[in-house]
Design a protein around this ligand. Structure first.
Ligand SMILES: [Zn+2]
Length: 112
């Protein structure tokens, strides 16, 4: 390690901090776009009280004779929730008990 390398490493670290500060806003924005947490409500499809999540759907509604086109928010329970292709792809197979145990063990190791 020469002095030059050290100065370079510090410069990189400073740039990284600056990047994180300037992009902090973006991160918050990203978090807000995450799927909303389920909450108790009435499902718009089966009309049962259940844990529902809001879903955006584009559709044309006819209300009082006037048609309105746009995006509406529907609340669906887990059973009625429409699954997007991305969500289906993101679905992970159920972990076996052994796999969960291993995960817990490595998580504990990481904390210590
Ligand atoms: Zn439902």
């Amino acid at each position: 390690m020469s002095l030059l390398d050290d100065a370079f490493a510090r410069k990189i670290a400073a740039q990284k901090r600056a990047w994180e500060m300037t992009h902090d806003q973006d991160k918050k924005e990203h978090v807000r776009r995450e799927p909303a947490a389920p909450k108790m409500g009435i499902c718009d499809k089966c009309h049962r009280e259940a844990l529902v999540r809001p879903f955006r759907s584009r559709q044309a509604d006819k209300m009082d004779g006037a048609a309105s086109y746009g995006t509406v928010i529907k609340h669906f329970c887990e059973e009625c929730a429409p699954k997007s292709r991305a969500q289906k792809d993101a679905e992970v197979p159920q972990l076996s008990k052994k796999q969960v145990k291993n995960l817990m063990r490595s998580a504990k190791k990481g904390l210590l």
